[in-house]
Design a protein around this ligand. Structure first.
Ligand code: NA7
Length: 528
């Protein structure tokens, strides 16, 4: 049987895609590798996993009843609560019955007007393929010499066991200091006999002043919701927060300091966009960067450790800024050790720990918080093949080429969400998913009305959009980050290209709106 749409993934984008397709009367099959819904929030169950966007914004906006019937308990929601929310959404809209769970997609090819999807459970066929495969879902498992010799336990934050392991009293080594490492470290530090953090590149992290929402907060939020959603709709990052009203360079030092303190105390990722010129003008960025460095030195007692924790390879915010609950404080404990891998690289993992160029560190447990083959990894692993035999991995060999960050040339009837060429990780991912899914499903519905069976981006239109994405990045400081996964720099051999669209979520959404209003001029529409 051929369905109208196959949706891969049951995270925020996938669940909404299934819901939209069903609402439009399309037949749909969802395929998900995990046993249940949740996507990234199902896999990343490590202790301390938490979203850095406020819960009331990091939630669907498409259904007012859903919005008013769900009560977030905290300002920044933890992984269990976000997963419970997605479970609730799946039940409320009866989405599970459309899914095959525990089923992995291993390939896809377009064959005589339909996508033939190879899965671990056999072939499935659909006229459209909607890839809600996530931008941070393909694990980076570094091949460090000797890993298989290690006699202790090995965990990956992004594939944390469903049953939380008891790590009390263990000697723990954590490899990786991105958001996941920075979130998990203080929790593990509280349980471990000793903790060693192996840091290849330091990141900036802003303490997260999380708190339970009070009844008053919730009442205010319910009243504000319509306005909050309206302000987010075309905002640069898809949240109701803007930058300071003046650029850093036009603001007097005292006023500047006050604005920075306000953002720092507010917590979350917003610090990376305190001033409008902060991500585009180095001198403005330096002001925010100096402020953050001073805060690190305020907290970390040992100045040498503070030196190691202060990034020197990127302007602040050009690599994903992290948010934490006591990360820097942890380094003031005696049982805690920071190992700077730039000074003493890992030589090998041994039976009982990690050997660097300078020392051996005994560990019972190794926790890899080593990130993902971000933005492209999930798609190139499936590696869809178009009607002309073109593989996505070939089409993207010199960096991702997309049309409006949703389609790729030579791959008709295929949409991918939250990936390269769209603001994705630079924006509120939930609103972003809704906007992209709506665009794709609206196109499918319009095609059905007009008897069109195939939609495919014109190659010149995809080239023009991809050039525009590159130009938008060039107007920012993002290209200056040496080790950023935005640039693919964390994966050996990956082409160094700034993958997200840095022109702002609101502008991006206008491009999508215009394309639809103008009848999709960048697409070849075929009736067969
Ligand atoms: P990240 O941010 O990619 O962090 C991964 C960390 O692991 C980072 O510090 C890497 O250093 C380090 N890493 C990767 N490979 C190695 C090897 N081989 N040796 C030592 N260290 C290594 O992933 P996260 O999961 O923390 O966060 C991803 C996003 O999820 C986050 O930004 C939020 O948006 C949610 P590097 O910086 O590459 O030198």
């Amino acid at each position: 049987m051929t369905v109208d749409a196959i949706v891969i993934g049951a995270g925020f984008a996938g669940l909404y895609a299934v819901h939209r397709c069903v609402s439009e009367g399309l037949t749909v099959l969802g395929i998900e590798a995990a046993p249940s819904v949740g996507g990234t929030w199902d896999w990343n169950r490590y202790p301390g996993a938490r979203c850095d966007v406020e819960s009331v914004d990091y939630s669907y906006s498409f259904d007012e009843d859903l919005q008013s019937n769900w009560t977030w308990t905290e300002r920044f929601a933890g992984q269990p609560e976000i997963l419970a929310y997605l479970d609730h959404v799946a039940d409320r809209f009866d989405l599970r019955r459309h899914y095959e769970f525990d089923t992995e997609v291993v390939g896809a090819r377009f064959d005589v007007g339909e996508w033939v999807v190879q899965t671990s459970a056999g072939e499935r066929r659909g006229r459209y393929l909607l890839c809600a495969t996530g931008c941070l879902s393909t694990l980076n498992r570094p091949a460090i010499a000797g890993l298989t010799d290690f006699a202790g336990q090995v965990y990956y934050t992004a594939a944390w066991p469903r049953e939380d392991p008891d790590l009390r009293g263990k000697k723990i080594g954590v490899i990786g200091t991105g958001s996941s490492g920075i979130q998990v470290v203080p929790i593990l530090a509280a349980q471990a006999e000793s903790l060693v953090v192996f840091q290849r590149s330091p990141n900036y992290t802003v303490p997260m002043p999380n708190h339970p929402w009070s009844e008053d907060d919730l009442q205010r939020i319910r009243q504000e919701y319509p306005d909050r959603r309206t302000r987010s709709a075309y905002a640069p990052a898809g949240t109701p927060h803007g930058t300071y009203h003046k650029s850093a360079l036009e603001t007097e030092p005292e006023e500047r300091e006050e604005a920075l303190w306000r953002r720092w105390r507010d917590g979350g990722v917003l610090f990376s966009k305190t001033f409008p010129d902060q991500t585009s003008v180095l001198a403005a960025n330096d002001i925010a960067r100096q402020f953050a460095e001073d805060r690190i030195r305020d907290i970390v007692i040992d100045p040498e450790v503070a030196d190691d924790l202060i990034p020197t390879d990127h302007p602040i915010g050009t690599k994903r800024i992290c948010t934490d609950a006591g990360y820097y404080d942890t380094f003031n404990r005696d049982t805690f050790r920071l190992v700077n891998l730039r000074r003493e690289p890992i030589e090998a993992i041994t039976t009982n720990g990690v050997r660097t160029a300078s020392a051996s560190y005994a560990c019972d447990v190794l926790v890899f918080a080593t990130g993902f083959d971000a933005l492209t990894g999930a798609m190139t692993r499936i590696d869809p093949v178009g009607p002309g035999g073109d593989r996505l991995s070939e089409i993207w060999a010199d960096g991702p080429v997309t049309f409006l960050g949703v389609m790729a040339p030579r791959l008709p009837n295929l949409f991918s969400f939250s990936g390269p060429g769209s603001p994705s990780v630079l924006a509120n991912m939930v609103l972003h998913a809704e906007v992209q899914v709506d665009w794709a499903v609206d196109l499918m519905v319009a095609a059905r009305h007009r008897g069109i069976t195939e939609v495919e981006p014109r190659r010149d239109a995809a080239r023009a959009w991809t050039d525009h994405v590159a130009e938008a990045a060039e107007r920012t400081l993002f290209l200056k980050a040496q080790s950023s996964w935005y640039l693919g720099a964390n994966i050996d051999g990956k082409k160094r290209v700034f993958m997200p669209y840095a022109g702002g979520f609101g502008n991006y959404r206008k491009y999508l709106d215009d394309a639809a209003l103008m009848g999709y001029p960048g697409l070849v529409l075929t009736a067969r």
